[in-house]
Ligand binder design. Structure first.
Ligand SMILES: Cc1cc2nc3c(=O)[nH]c(=O)nc-3n(C[C@H](O)[C@H](O)[C@H](O)COP(=O)(O)OP(=O)(O)OC[C@H]3O[C@@H](n4cnc5c(N)ncnc54)[C@H](O)[C@@H]3O)c2cc1C
Length: 364
């Protein structure tokens, strides 16, 4: 179909774009979502305000504790940015799953989150990262947390005269891991279900657990029940299973020809589990886990156990065998109680291993 007629205005500054904004105007950025809605006449604006060439909105910079991404940055800009790759790696890893190369080269971060398609990928990543969206209108600028920004089906907290300027994403902490996983619609690659997880690991337990979902209901949301199931707990397979079981227990699950409500809910739980296992697999420095010093870590690494996830997946007997084989002096160390201690260690009770490490420090 051909869009209804509209006036086209090309903005040369953010202020000019805002000045032109009114009830019947629409911002044009990459056009990858807006043009199809114009052609389907789902949107019939009187004016299109083109901001796509505003260089002042296309940047990625270091903001100290956060990185700041201009609204006109394309998906590819974000995926390709060394700063993003090192400071907020999930955005680079997850952004690469958006559409195809043409979509990533043209579509923008601002356009994606303003459009607020429930199946878009950025919203869950921004919520789980604790991002803030800076918008500007005639009354000046204001910051909206990603948690509060996505208010409903294609709805946001943006006022009619506001445009998105930039997005502030906190840098990932040293002991944190993050991942975005999705079950894509096979043709468009939009998320039928998408899950973002950002988790801090301290002494073998999870803290600051952030899990957000898109594709599941009318807008992306933080899954507080799944988070609560893992917060403060050891990062073990059993606790991941419990968090996945608690996830996606919401009333307004979407249903469409691709995925019924029941199937979507099932998918969401499966993808929460995958996200948590994948994030867990990033905890690859065993010495960060309390109770594992360099000597035990070396023995475990030599046996091919390089991450906490791999360790948690091993039986108490396996752990004992590995450490014993690495240095048979371990075995002479209170052999009667070791199997029980190893079992506790496999369950995430790292204080037991710490005791061993302390005892071994002088002798091995
Ligand atoms: C084939 C195809 C596959 C796709 N696959 C995916 C996918 O897998 N995952 C995914 O997340 N997305 C996907 N998309 C969507 C794509 O990412 C879009 O580019 C994005 O949703 C919109 O960005 P845009 O810059 O093109 O915005 P536009 O289409 O220009 O605008 C979209 C909306 O946002 C508003 N807007 C734009 N910029 C601003 C701003 N700075 N402030 C306020 N309002 C603004 C516009 O007025 C409009 O309402 C796909 C699109 C296509 C065509």
């Amino acid at each position: 179909m051909i869009p209804t007629s509209f006036e086209y205005k090309k903005a040369t500054s953010v202020e000019q774009a805002i000045w032109w904004m009114d009830e019947d105007a629409k911002i044009l950025a990459g056009g990858h979502s807006l043009i199809p809605t114009l052609k389907l006449r789902l949107s019939q604006p009187a004016t299109l305000i083109d901001i796509s060439k505003l260089a002042e909105l296309r940047f990625i910079k270091d903001g100290g504790d956060s990185i700041i991404i201009g609204a006109n940055s394309t998906h590819h800009d974000i995926v390709d940015s060394p700063l993003v790759q090192s400071a907020t790696p999930m955005l680079s890893q997850g952004g690469e799953m958006i559409g195809d190369i043409q979509v990533r080269n043209k579509g923008t971060l601002g356009g994606s989150i303003a459009h607020a398609d429930p199946a878009a990928d950025w919203p869950a990543m921004l919520i789980a990262s604790g991002a803030t969206i800076r918008v500007q209108g005639r009354d000046g600028q204001r910051d909206i947390s990603a948690d509060d920004f996505f208010t409903g089906f294609f709805e946001t907290a943006l006022a009619k005269d506001e445009i998105i300027i930039e997005v502030h994403v906190p840098k990932q902490g040293a002991n944190a891991s993050s991942v975005y996983v999705k079950f894509p619609q096979p043709a468009s690659r939009f998320a039928i279900v998408g899950v973002a997880a950002v988790i801090t690991h301290e002494n073998g337990t999870c803290s600051n657990v952030n899990i957000a979902l898109n594709g599941v209901s009318g807008n992306a949301f933080r899954d507080t029940a799944a988070q609560a199931a893992l917060e403060g707990k050891a990062y073990t397979a059993a606790n991941i299973e419990a968090a996945a079981a608690a996830s996606a227990e919401v009333d307004d699950i979407l249903s469409d020809p691709f995925a019924s409500e029941k199937y979507r809910k099932h998918l969401a739980k499966v993808y929460v589990k995958r996200a948590l296992f994948a994030a867990n697999n990033q905890v690859d420095d065993l010495t960060k886990v309390e109770g594992i010093g360099p000597k035990i870590a070396e023995a475990l690494n030599a046996a091919g156990i390089k991450s906490y996830a791999q360790l948690a997946g091993k039986s108490a007997g396996d752990i004992k065998d590995i450490i014993t084989a690495a240095n048979n002096r371990f075995a002479s160390h209170n052999p009667g109680t070791w199997p029980a201690q190893a079992k506790l260690a496999a369950e995430g009770k790292w204080d037991v291993l710490k005791k061993w490490q302390d005892e071994l420090d002088g002798g091995v």
